[in-house]
Ligand binder design. Structure first.
Ligand SMILES: Cc1cc2nc3c(=O)[nH]c(=O)nc-3n(C[C@H](O)[C@H](O)[C@H](O)COP(=O)(O)OP(=O)(O)OC[C@H]3O[C@@H](n4cnc5c(N)ncnc54)[C@H](O)[C@@H]3O)c2cc1C
Length: 323
C-alpha cells in the first residue's frame, strides 16, 4: 500500500507509513494494557491518526536518546519536548512521544507515551518550507502534555525500537520510496517510448540507460519485498513477542534503509538525466522535479551517516558480515 500510494503522492505514502508504524508499535508492545487495548479498538473504529515525535532539538535523528523527560506525580505525568519535526502534527488525533523515563534517567533510558489531542498543546511552530515531502507538513514544534501514567507504554522504548519501530519504519519507508522510484521510471519510460516513435527501429542511448535504471529498480524492489516477507514470517512464528532483536538483523534493516534511500535518489536523478530538459521542466507532462525533490528526503530521515556509524560499530563487534 505504501508503494502504491508513494507512486502517486510521496507525502501521502509517507504519512500512511508513519501512522502504521505508530499503530503497529502499540499493537505489539502495549495492547495487553486495558488502556491501550481500549484505545486501539477506538482508533480502528473512529479512524484516528497518530503522529510521531521521536526526533528532538539537540539529539537530531538519534531516536535512542532523549533530553525531554517524563515527570510523574501520583497517577499523572507531564512532559515537554522540543521536536525537530512532527509530520501532520496539527492534523493528528494523538502523538506518540519518546522521552526519558524520569528527570534522573540517562538519555537512553526512554519510554514512549501516547498523548491525545485533549492532553497536549503544540507551540513554537516552525515552518515546513522544504525542498520536498511538502505535503507531510512536518515543522519543528514544542509539545507540552499532561496525561495519566497508564498512557505510558510499560515496555522500555529500547525494545519497542529494536523489535518493531526500527525494522517496520525501514521497511515501510523503503516501500514508499520504491513507489517514488516506480513513478519516476514510469514517467521516463513513457518519454522514451514517445521518443522512439519518432525514430522507429533504432535503439537510442537513452533507452540503454533506461535498462540500467530498471535494473536498480528491480534490486530495490527485491530488497523491500524480501525484507517485508522476512519480517512477516518472523511475526508468524510462535512466541514472536521477543523478536527480532539480533545484531545481524538490526544491521540488515539499517542496510535496507541505507541502500533504498540511495537507490531512490539514483533512480530519480537517472530518470532526469534521461529525459533532459523535458523532465526538468515543471510544465512538461514528463516533469520529474517532484519525484527528485521528494526522493532527496530519504537519506535524511534518520541521517544515513548515523546508520553507517551504527553499522560500522556493530561490524567491529561482530566480525565479517555474512548475509
Ligand atoms: C519528510 C520528513 C518527515 C519527518 N517526520 C518526522 C516525524 O513525524 N517525527 C519525527 O520525530 N521526526 C521526523 N522527521 C525527522 C527525521 O526522522 C530525522 O530525525 C531528522 O531528519 C534528522 O534531523 P537532522 O538531519 O537535522 O539531524 P541529525 O540526525 O543530527 O543529522 C545531521 C547531520 O549530521 C550527521 N550526524 C549527526 N550525528 C551523527 C553521528 N553520531 N554519526 C554520524 N553522522 C552524524 C547526519 O548523518 C547528518 O548528515 C522527519 C524528517 C523528514 C525529512
Amino acid at each position: 500500500m505504501c508503494t502504491a500510494l508513494g507512486e502517486h503522492c510521496s507525502s501521502t505514502g509517507l504519512i500512511f507509513a508513519m501512522h502504521q508504524i505508530q499503530v503497529f508499535s502499540l499493537v505489539r508492545h502495549a495492547a495487553d494494557s486495558p488502556f491501550f487495548s481500549k484505545y486501539l479498538r477506538e482508533l480502528a473504529e473512529k479512524q484516528w491518526l497518530i503522529a510521531s515525535a521521536t526526533s528532538e532539538v539537540g539529539t537530531g535523528g538519534d531516536i535512542r536518546s532523549s533530553i525531554a523527560a517524563v515527570e510523574s506525580q501520583g497517577e499523572t505525568f507531564r512532559l515537554k519536548k522540543r521536536c525537530s519535526a512532527v509530520s501532520y502534527g496539527k492534523q493528528a488525533d494523538a502523538i506518540l512521544v519518546t522521552a526519558r523515563r524520569g528527570p534522573e534517567a540517562a538519555p537512553g533510558e526512554q519510554v514512549m507515551a501516547l498523548v491525545t489531542k485533549d492532553d497536549y498543546q503544540l507551540g513554537d511552530w516552525g515552518t515546513w518550507d522544504t525542498l520536498g515531502m511538502r505535503g507531510t507538513c512536518s515543522p519543528a514544534v514544542t509539545i507540552t502534555a499532561e496525561g495519566r501514567c497508564e498512557q505510558i507504554v510499560a515496555e522500555p522504548f529500547r525494545l519497542v525500537a529494536s523489535q518493531t519501530m526500527v525494522p517496520y519504519s525501514h521497511i515501510l519507508w523503503s516501500a514508499t520510496w520504491l513507489g517514488i522510484a516506480h513513478g519516476a521510471v514510469a514517467t521516463a519510460q513513457s518519454f522514451i517510448r514517445e521518443s522512439a516513435k519518432k525514430d522507429p527501429g533504432k535503439v537510442s542511448v537513452s533507452s540503454t540507460r533506461l535498462a540500467d535504471i530498471v535494473s536498480k529498480l528491480e534490486v530495490m524492489s527485491a530488497a523491500v519485498k524480501q525484507a517485508a516477507q522476512e519480517y512477516s514470517d518472523l511475526l508468524q512464528q510462535p512466541g514472536n513477542q521477543s523478536l527480532p532483536a539480533g545484531i545481524s538483523y538490526l544491521m540488515r534493516m539499517n542496510a535496507l534503509k541505507l541502500s533504498c534511500s540511495q537507490l531512490v535518489c539514483e533512480i530519480c536523478l537517472g530518470c532526469m538525466d534521461l529525459c533532459g530538459l523535458t523532465g526538468y521542466s515543471n510544465t512538461s507532462k514528463y516533469a520529474l522535479g517532484r519525484y527528485v525533490r521528494d526522493a532527496l528526503s530519504a537519506p535524511l530521515m534518520i541521517g544515513n551517516d548515523r546508520l553507517r556509524a551504527t553499522n560500522a560499530a556493530l561490524l567491529l563487534a561482530t566480525g565479517p558480515a555474512r548475509p
